[in-house]
Design a protein around this ligand. Structure first.
Ligand code: MLT
Ligand code: MN
Length: 321
């Protein structure tokens, strides 16, 4: 059993990467390119990755999910931290809350795995909570037990479980450039109907004030975002595509990263360049698309990212801050 670090007067942020891949996972179900074939064959240089999510805990016992991936059931079965302990009641879970950063299918569909009558709190911007409210299938999370709580931007919020008990974590959500979820796009509206709150980054704090950032989708580095991130201890950042047009070049899609609301890792206006002078101590790409060569351990692109001080998230990666 994990020893709650608060007993020693030192609070620690326990971070567990549940899934490193973008929507579709790696490989995506219908991918049949050489890298997908290597991954399915069990090649150690191309491990399988589930869809984008991290879990965070202040005490090593109660966990908050940041986004709920469609692979959540598999992620729970793979990570002992998310499984009920031997002494727990017959229906129990260490998952106490879920924070949603957008309404992408890879970030909300996993809520359906948390069905039934288990106390839980779901935090999201009103734009995202409205999406859940409009779709009654999310009532499989019994509304008598599952609280849905607004997460306004630029406000420090103390996270609490479904019984209103403190989880020892605070979040501050902030808008980043992005786009409304693909499945909610309005083709007749400017910018597909995107509004503030559709794409959030979050800063996650423990009670002593240590913090890190989780930004799985971001279309652009703005001066405000650069100021916010400068000198951060740790940033998980959108690693969807290496090149803006890599899906087109590979012949597997028609969209650029820009069209999808994601800035690329490489290039003059890419994230590696954008972070180069920010002094962030640890930088980790997450939400990585199945076409991104970062998923290939010995690729030149992985070497380039690592030389610039970046890591590529792996399912199961554990970090303590
Ligand atoms: C995205 O990150 O752009 C979306 O998750 C795309 C999708 O819906 O697959
Ligand atoms: Mn996504």
């Amino acid at each position: 059993m994990a020893v709650p670090s608060i007993f020693f007067g030192i609070s620690v942020l326990h971070i567990l990467v549940l899934g490193a891949a973008a929507g579709g996972g790696f490989p995506q179900w219908n991918s049949n390119d050489a890298v997908a074939r290597r991954a399915r064959a069990g090649d150690a240089g191309t491990p399988l990755r589930t869809q984008s999510s991290i879990a965070v805990s202040a005490d090593g016992e109660r966990w908050v999910l940041f986004n709920a991936s469609p692979d959540l059931r598999q992620q729970i079965n793979q990570r002992r931290q998310l499984q009920p302990g031997a002494d727990a009641p017959l229906r129990a879970s260490p998952i106490a809350a879920v924070v949603l950063t957008n309404a992408d299918v890879d970030h909300v569909a996993g809520l359906l795995n948390l069905r039934e009558s288990q106390a839980l709190a779901i935090y999201g911007h009103d734009r995202v909570l409205d999406v859940l409210a409009r779709n009654s299938i999310f009532n499989v999370l019994n509304p008598d037990y599952v609280a849905r709580r607004p997460m306004p931007v630029d406000t420090v919020l103390a996270l609490k479980d479904g019984h209103d008990q403190s989880l020892g974590l605070r979040v501050r959500a902030f808008p980043v450039p992005g786009k409304v979820a693909l499945w909610l796009e309005d083709k007749n509206a400017p910018d597909f109907g995107t509004a503030e709150g559709d794409t959030l980054g979050v800063e996650i704090f423990d009670e002593k004030g240590a913090s890190f950032f989780y930004i799985p989708a971001c279309a652009r580095m703005t001066p405000e975002l650069a100021d916010r991130l400068r000198g951060a201890a740790l940033v998980f950042f959108d690693g969807t595509l290496w090149h803006d047009d890599e899906m087109i070049q590979a012949g597997v899609g028609t969209k650029t990263g820009r069209r999808m609301g994601h800035m690329s890792c490489s290039g003059e206006d890419g994230s590696i360049a954008a972070f180069s002078k920010l002094g962030v101590r640890r930088k980790i790409f997450i939400h990585i698309n199945n076409t991104n060569p970062l998923f290939v351990a010995n690729s030149p692109e992985r070497a380039e990212a690592e030389a610039a001080g970046w890591q590529v998230a792996d399912d199961g990666m554990e970090i303590s801050l």
